[in-house]
Design a protein around this ligand. Structure first.
Ligand code: SF4
Ligand code: SF4
Length: 326
């Protein structure tokens, strides 16, 4: 019997999602044995024309990581959508926009100016910027359009399932692969991870006091972090209450707060807004006593980079999607 065809593709991402496939270790051999990989640019020498030559829907599943930043990425994911029965948004960037999505705090022009003209290590006396078309002796060279706004995968094409995480952990990947092979998938649109908050599985939750009040916001490098205590109790912003579980509490176990890479649980539209409201509800509240407004202001000012903290992985998927720049 013919094995199901599988494709992997990489859009705007750091490459960590590709690494995590290798992190499957010996399970990778089982996957390679059970499926026929027909496209995986980072590892195998297939070309776009090989995908174009396949019939519509012939690929059983395409795992696509990375956000959509360029015209080429958008073209490729549209092609893969046509050729695939299922499309899985693989990792935070495809799911929510991820770290590349923080580019939505800027514009294409301000990013180009910074990267190609202002960075101290760049030598570019003529201030040349990338051009989409340029005439050279042998003809015209082209570059794909660099979009002004980073998109999540499902803002470009319909997505069947989401594998969350920066990157998704190997056990969740294997569960997803096995579910696909056995045809035991949940309803379309599902996130293939538990639908409960990270706090529910956090090893520090047991000792977490019922009521927490933050009287001073700290950053992780500013204090000696207690490896047992809830981060919020220590005045450190932790997005565990508004983030989906399933990562194995990776950051918490490394004594770092959760930054939200798994995205929200089902039903939450805007993870950042939910996080802000969670923090607002415990800021400066001490028992029944309320802090003076001035004190609260001082406290809030101690929160460095609130937009980057609460929307670190989810800005393109948020209600606002990007910063509005005149
Ligand atoms: S807020 Fe963070 S540290 Fe505290 S219980 Fe939740 S996940 Fe754990
Ligand atoms: S603890 Fe939070 S940021 Fe860290 S891997 Fe898990 S979900 Fe992602």
């Amino acid at each position: 019997m013919a094995k199901p065809k599988v494709a992997f593709y990489w859009c705007a991402s750091c490459g960590g999602c590709e690494e995590t496939v290798v992190d499957l270790n010996e399970d990778l051999l089982k996957v390679a044995d059970a499926v026929d990989i027909v496209f995986w640019p980072v590892a195998l020498d297939f070309k776009r024309k090989d995908v174009e030559a396949l019939g519509d829907g012939e690929i059983a599943v395409s795992f696509i990581n990375g956000a959509i930043r360029t015209e080429e990425q958008e073209e490729m994911v549209k092609l893969l959508r046509t050729k695939s029965g299922l499309v899985v948004a693989f990792g935070s960037c495809a799911h929510l926009g991820g770290i590349p999505g923080l580019g939505n705090f800027w514009t294409r022009d301000t990013i180009f100016q910074r990267v190609y003209q202002e960075v101290p290590t760049v030598e570019n006396p003529e201030g040349t910027l990338p051009q989409e078309k340029i005439a050279v002796d042998v003809g015209e060279l082209t570059l794909p359009q660099f979009y002004d706004t980073v998109k999540t995968l499902d803002q470009s094409i319909p997505v069947d399932y989401y594998l969350p995480g920066c990157p998704p952990p190997p056990d969740l990947i294997m569960n997803a692969v096995n579910a696909i092979l056995k045809g035991e998938l949940p309803e379309k649109g599902a996130v293939l991870a538990p639908d409960k908050a990270l706090c529910d599985t956090c090893p520090r939750a047991e000792k977490k006091p019922e009521k927490i009040s933050i009287k001073e916001i700290k950053r992780p490098h500013e204090i000696e972090l207690d490896p047992e205590k809830c981060f919020l109790e220590q005045g450190i912003i932790c997005l565990g209450p508004v983030t989906r579980s399933g990562c194995g509490e990776r950051c918490i176990k490394a004594n770092m707060p959760c930054r939200g890479c798994f995205g929200p649980v089902d039903g939450v539209v805007d993870q950042g807004a939910k996080g802000l409201s969670m923090i607002a509800s415990i800021l400066g509240v001490e028992g029944e006593e309320k802090m003076a407004e001035e004190e609260v202001k001082k406290l809030v000012n101690g929160l460095e980079d609130p937009a980057g903290t609460f929307y670190r992985f989810s800005l393109p998927a948020s209600l606002l999607r990007r910063r509005r720049i005149e």
